[in-house]
Design a protein around this ligand. Structure first.
Ligand SMILES: Cc1ncc(C[n+]2csc(CCOP(=O)(O)OP(=O)(O)O)c2C)c(N)n1
Length: 374
């Protein structure tokens, strides 16, 4: 296996010492190593993979050096536009080194939302005419791949990708882990909210552990799974899915369980949520200040004022909670008030080690959910 330290040093040796991206579980150890071994200004965890490309372009323009952009392959979609319409050789011809985690690689077990993306991943790179090497965990091969990437970028002033296989990196645990002391975890908060919902209430949950926790709690309660739409992929889009439903089902309350990282990823959605004035739309952001589902890398969730944003864009009822009592009180208010409403719940990082995964397929989930909406 490849040591994150060795890989990091290989890059730095070649003058690549500016890192931007969005964390991912396959790159967990590499991301953690970067976080622990770079100064604040040389590692920026971005809003989404597209904005990461923007930052990388700016860095190159200012320094004439090659930036590194890391991402999960599901984030490639966010990055395609700036890659093809700015970075590309036929436009500004910017050398950037992409490190892309290969979820859903054919032949490996993975979740439904990763399978297609994993299968078409290399074809996508080829269609974009971005050359790549695969990082398997063999240190010598990694060295050669980095060497090849650097030579290519130098000669062509164009992007190159290193596609990282699951299990390629040795484990490295984030040292710079911010300790939080909120009374609840995300799962505690989710359970309290679900306990206070009525039978007809609609739930849209965000990508990652949130949806898995919703699924497990419904299982435990014997509620079936029709009341929830699990946004298993498409990180950052849960609130717009919720808004789309709320705008058509005026007599049902629609609760979106969002994450800080997910909201930040497509924060513009909040502006649309605020301005649409859907009275039955309730946006609950469970803020743990981290990309908790993929290794706990920080977000700017505790550095920004989510409630201030909600107010500025026109949400009507805006609440915050940390304790069980505050959540219960907030839910009582939300049930009575006219939306769009916003509740921020601050929680600790972390999840149960034995947390399962949805046992229904996405299509089964969709069918049960559409039946519930009727
Ligand atoms: C476009 C895209 N980029 C990256 C990922 C990988 N990913 C899955 S969950 C997650 C973190 C979500 O963070 P947040 O919304 O704060 O929720 P938390 O996991 O902390 O509960 C990330 C980065 C993804 N699924 N899709």
């Amino acid at each position: 296996m490849l040591s994150p330290k060795l890989f990091f040093e290989l890059l730095v040796e070649k003058g690549i010492d500016f890192f931007v991206g969005i964390p991912d579980s396959i790159l967990k150890s590499f991301c953690a190593y970067i976080t622990d071994h770079t100064s604040k200004g040389s590692h920026i965890i971005c809003a989404n993979e597209g904005t990461a490309v923007g930052l990388a372009i700016g860095y190159h323009l200012a320094t004439n050096k090659v930036p590194l952009i890391y991402m999960q392959n599901s984030g490639l979609g966010n990055a395609v536009n700036p890659l093809l319409s700015l970075v590309d050789r036929e436009v500004y011809s910017i050398p950037v080194l992409m490190v892309i985690a290969w979820r859903g690689e054919p032949g490996r077990k993975d979740e439904p939302q990763h399978k297609k993306q994993g299968r078409v991943m290399l074809a996508l790179m080829e269609a974009m005419e971005i050359p790549y090497e695969i990082i398997t965990g063999n240190p010598e091969a990694a060295n050669n791949a980095v060497q090849k990437a650097v030579s290519y970028m130098k000669e062509n002033s164009a992007p190159f990708a290193l596609v990282v296989r699951e299990g390629a990196f040795d484990s490295y645990t984030l040292k710079d882990m911010q300790k939080l002391s909120f009374p609840l975890t995300r799962e505690d908060a989710i359970k309290l909210i679900i306990d206070s919902l009525c039978d007809e209430d609609i739930v849209i949950s965000t990508t990652g552990m949130s949806s898995r926790e919703v699924f497990e709690y419904r299982e435990e309660l014997n509620h079936g799974h029709g009341r929830d739409f699990l946004t298993v992929g498409g990180m950052g889009h849960a609130s717009q899915i919720a808004l789309g439903i709320a705008s058509q089902k005026h007599n049902r309350k629609v609760f979106c369980f969002d994450g800080d990282g997910s909201v930040i990823m497509h924060m513009g959605a909040m502006a649309i949520n605020g301005v649409q004035k859907c009275e039955n739309f309730i946006h609950i952001v469970i803020n743990n200040g981290a990309h908790g589902s993929v290794g706990g890398q920080p977000t700017v969730g505790f550095d920004i004022n989510f409630r201030g944003v909600a107010k500025a864009v026109g949400y009507k009822t805006i609440l915050e909670a940390e304790t069980k009592e505050e959540i219960n009180r907030s839910m009582d208010v939300l049930k009575k008030s006219k939306g769009p409403s916003f509740l921020e719940i601050r929680v600790n990082k972390g999840h149960r080690k034995d947390l399962g995964r949805p046992t229904m397929t996405p299509v089964e989930n969709k069918n049960a959910f559409m039946e519930f909406l009727k």
